[in-house]
Design a protein around this ligand. Structure first.
Ligand SMILES: [Zn+2]
Length: 375
């Protein structure tokens, strides 16, 4: 036991690991002198956090990054960050053009440069003053996610699935099929080289993945902003967040990522606007319970309508689930009106509410700026 504790302490002690690294740095890693000091500094801080998450049983054992598998990114501390209009200075590289200038004023604490498909991004961490408009409504809602719609709310507002996303997902399937037909190693130890066309197809897929991610992220931002602007009391389903967390945000199916991200956004926006979130019991069968009399109906199949076995209620399944998740159960509409994201945004403008247009989050008050690829 004592040994285990000692080992734990040892692993967590980044200063000790750093010391060991420094001792062999010059000889074994001469490249560290050619790059920013943060390249040989920040990873130890991240490693420390990773071990802490592991010992707190919040995540798996940290793994080494792998070229082509991990997200390519590096951190630069505030003292080395320089921004001039639409230009940012990257240590040992020089001034690089950005697509837009900084949107937030305030002290820059750090920046992280990362790559998504064939694009490079820079995120700044800034001490910014952000004024939140508190939610003025007293309304409550339950939110049911997934299914055929993006979201269903208990007052009968449904947000339609994002159409471009559907076409892009189909395209992704087709591209993946094409990729498998191009020349590439097919098993471990296969020495077949990757053909140029295989690499091209791989890049196409990476770009499409990035695009899909952006569409999804944007849709979720619009929905979570809409909800936190219009409802003070918000009911959501519980998710196996811990299971998903164990692998970072990459875990689970595509739908899971959306659900986890939905909850993350909803929680921080609710906190800023003074909304209250109620999480349903993990095993509460929200889509199998009658929202009028509470009778369970397990024989749903894939039917879109929920039929109550005892009170004759017939209701859209997603709407029924949303009503069940409503913490105040104030509304019990029978029909669902479906809106597109654009219509939802228009509704918001009409009501004089602000629509979030930039990424502006609490922990990472950041802004992504895409940079010229060649630069
Ligand atoms: Zn019923």
């Amino acid at each position: 036991m004592e040994q285990a504790v000692e080992r734990r302490r040892d692993l967590l002690d980044r200063y000790r690991i750093k010391k060991k690294f420094n001792a062999i740095k010059k000889e074994k890693f001469p490249w560290t002198r050619e790059v920013t000091k943060y390249a040989a500094q920040q990873p130890f801080i991240e490693l420390n956090k990773a071990w802490k998450r592991f010992f707190d049983k919040k995540a798996g054992k940290p793994k080494f990054k792998k070229k082509g598998k991990s997200i390519d990114s590096f951190y630069v501390g505030g003292d080395q960050v320089r921004v001039n209009g639409k230009k940012v200075k990257i240590p040992n590289l020089g001034w690089v053009k950005m697509r837009e200038s900084l949107r937030f004023e305030g002290k820059i604490n750090s920046m992280t440069i990362s790559r998504k498909a064939d694009r490079w991004f820079v995120s700044f961490q800034i001490d910014a003053q952000i004024s939140d408009v508190p939610c003025k409504s007293q309304a409550s809602t339950g939110t049911d996610l997934g299914g055929r719609k993006l979201a269903a709310l208990s007052d009968g507002v449904a947000i339609a699935a994002v159409a471009p996303l559907q076409t892009k997902l189909r395209r992704l399937k087709r591209l993946s099929r094409q990729l498998s037909k191009k020349q590439h190693p097919r098993f471990k130890g296969d020495t077949t080289p990757k053909s140029k066309n295989f690499i091209k197809a791989q890049n196409r897929i990476a770009r499409l993945h990035a695009k899909i991610g952006n569409i999804r992220q944007n849709a979720l931002h619009q929905v979570t902003t809409y909800i936190t602007d219009h409802y003070k009391f918000i009911g959501i389903e519980d998710l196996n967040v811990k299971g998903m967390m164990s692998n970072g945000r990459l875990a689970g199916t595509i739908a899971d990522i959306g659900l986890y991200e939905f909850r993350r956004q909803l929680e921080y926006k609710a906190k800023r606007k003074g909304c209250e979130i109620t999480v349903a019991d993990r095993f509460f069968p929200s889509s199998k319970t009658c929202c009028r009399c509470g009778t369970l109906n397990y024989e749903l199949g894939s039917k879109e309508t929920f039929k109550s076995p005892s009170c004759s209620l017939e209701i859209d399944r997603d709407l029924g689930a949303a009503v069940n998740l409503d913490p105040k159960k104030q509304q019990k509409p029978e029909v669902l009106r479906e809106f597109t994201l654009a219509e939802i945004t228009a509704l918001q403008r009409k009501a004089g509410l602000s629509v979030a247009t930039s990424i502006d989050e609490p922990r990472i008050k950041q802004q992504n700026l895409s940079m010229d690829r060649s630069a």
